[in-house]
Design a protein around this ligand. Structure first.
Ligand code: PLP
Length: 379
């Protein structure tokens, strides 16, 4: 099988699984227990959190471990105090959009290249605005947002608010689920108050995520109970999951530059060998994201036809695809319904080889050719 949907899921790498295994079996102890073996597990858990935190320039105590990015995104929004105004990018993942909508959030526009419309952002920030949520890289287009520029705008607004005696907090949250694997992230450099991480997209286990929380931000727990994670996420710690997440991040950081070069090269190969498409994500994108539009073709049918040839691709976010919903992201960048219907998302990753890339291009060309012939539009 040629798997080209790494934005949807990545396999747990062998090294990650090896690191996790002892914590399912021999070192299974509850880290809160009083005896020595449990204390060792608590120590290892803390160290693993430290490794994850270090990868984004933070400390273990800044991280709240969650059961994935959805929960981390939801938790981030608890920073809003009553009556607060919220802004989010219109192309955000549903786990941000839905929670923002629940808080009567307002969407900020993107330009037709997928980048945030900074003028629209500035126009929408009011004295009541408490939280702005903008993903670091989009999960359908791979678009990398200029977060440092957003942080600068926020800094200026905070200074202005201070001068005028307006005391409302103004926080920047970013969902870095897709970016963690391919971008060098530093929370201080980016000026971020809250950052969502996702182990499942970096060859770590599913259902494990984290929220970085700057020390001056106050959150409210979504679950209450034993008081783990500074009282913000009660429940026995997922020790194997966090150990696996730390190992996965270590590996990702070690191979960051090499992987970026490798994917950028494979992207170039695919774009030169594929035929008859319109490239949607031309610029400002993660190196492993390729979004193509085959005008006049039903991409959902293409996904199905390619699967018959052992190639896995996507039409967009996996969660949207399973609900049969048209992509709000492609709509936001101004694609027509016909273009959206013909759009295919290819995301490269560690399961691929260069040989597979050539093979995938050949098969996709063939399937598209046959499909165009079938519908009578091929010249
Ligand atoms: N945010 C982004 C950008 C994602 O791509 C995903 C998963 O696809 C999520 C959040 C949700 O992650 P999870 O399903 O692990 O909670």
């Amino acid at each position: 099988m040629i798997y080209l949907d790494h934005a949807a899921a990545t396999p747990v790498s062998k090294k990650v699984l090896e690191a996790m295994t002892p914590y399912f079996t021999d070192d299974f102890f509850n880290p809160s227990a009083a005896y020595l073996p449990a204390k060792k597990v608590a120590h290892d858990y803390g160290e693993a959190k430290g490794i994850i935190a270090h990868a984004i320039g933070a400390k273990a105590s800044d991280l709240i471990i969650t059961a994935g990015a959805t929960e981390a995104n939801n938790l981030a929004f608890t920073a809003i105090k009553q009556g607060g105004h919220v802004l989010y990018l219109e192309t955000e993942h549903d786990s941000v959009r839905r929670v923002a909508e629940n808080c009567s959030g307002e969407a900020v526009k993107v330009l037709d290249n997928g980048l945030i419309d900074l003028a629209n952002l500035k126009a929408k920030i009011s004295d009541e605005t408490q939280l702005i949520s903008i993903s670091l890289a989009n999960n359908e287009l791979g678009t990398i947002q200029p977060l440092a520029e957003v942080a600068q705008i926020i800094r200026e607004i905070k200074i202005d608010r201070m001068k005028r005696g307006v005391k409302t907090q103004l926080l920047l949250h970013s969902d870095a689920s897709q970016a963690l694997n391919l971008l060098d992230i530093n929370v201080a450099r980016l000026g971020i108050d809250l950052l969502t991480l996702n182990a499942a997209k970096v060859y770590g286990p599913k259902g494990v995520g984290a929220l970085y929380v700057s020390h001056d931000v106050r959150l409210k727990p979504l679950t209450v109970g034993g008081g783990q994670e500074n009282g913000l996420r009660s429940g026995t710690e997922n020790v194997p999951g966090v150990i696996g997440f730390a190992k996965a991040i270590e590996i990702a950081k070690e191979h960051l530059n090499g992987n970026r070069k490798k994917y950028a090269n494979w992207r170039r190969i695919l774009l030169s060998e594929l035929q008859g498409y319109e490239l949607i994500n031309k610029k400002h994108t993660l190196d492993n994201f390729i979004v193509l539009c085959y005008n006049g073709i039903d991409a959902e049918r293409l996904v199905f036809l390619l699967e018959e040839k052992d190639i896995c691709v996507a039409t967009g976010a996996a969660c949207a695809a399973s609900k049969g919903v048209r992509s709000h992201v492609l709509k936001a960048i101004g694609l027509s319904d016909e273009q959206i219907a013909g759009s295919l998302r290819i995301t490269l990753g560690e399961t691929n080889t260069e040989e597979q890339i050539h093979e995938a291009a050949r098969i996709i060309n063939q399937v598209v050719h046959d499909e165009k012939e079938r519908i009578g539009g091929y010249e």
